[in-house]
Design a protein around this ligand. Structure first.
Ligand code: 2BA
Length: 107
């Protein structure tokens, strides 16, 4: 068994959740925050048999789009903080980790 951990943009999370449900994959959806942009994203935990991992990843890929986000450039010196020109950062589709599960039980 494997655990697929997928970090998805909030804007795509409903479509990803619907696609997983329609294809009979159990998933847990958690609200999370990106360490860099400090904006909300969604983390899915999906426990699946090894032979289903590629199917799960392709569903997530299908519903997670890449997008450009604007972030302000903030510079600080000893007396004040100055916002200079903004820049674009490319985010997503999804960031996915696949980890081995030694034991899975529902008690
Ligand atoms: P954030 O940490 O908010 O990162 C958002 C986007 O900002 C990233 O998109 C990437 O394009 C950019 N970025 C991140 N760190 C950067 C840095 N030090 N310098 C310049 N640009 C940077 P994605 O790579 O698509 O990541 C989307 C979200 O996935 C991340 O949100 C984070 O929540 C998660 N993530 C990405 N890589 C991860 C990793 N190795 N471990 C854990 N979470 C990760």
């Amino acid at each position: 068994m494997k655990l697929v951990i997928a970090i998805v943009n909030d804007d795509d999370s409903v479509e990803v959740a619907d696609a997983l449900l329609e294809n009979h994959f159990s998933a847990t959806k958690m609200a999370s925050t990106g360490g860099f942009l400090r904006t909300g994203n969604t983390t899915f935990l999906i426990g699946v048999d090894e032979d289903k991992v590629d199917e799960v990843i392709s569903l997530i890929k299908q519903y997670s789009s890449q997008r450009s986000q604007i972030i302000p450039n903030i510079s600080t010196n000893s007396s004040h903080t100055v916002a200079t020109a903004s820049r674009h950062v490319t985010v997503g589709g999804a960031t996915i980790f696949v980890v081995n599960i030694d034991r899975f039980e529902k008690v």
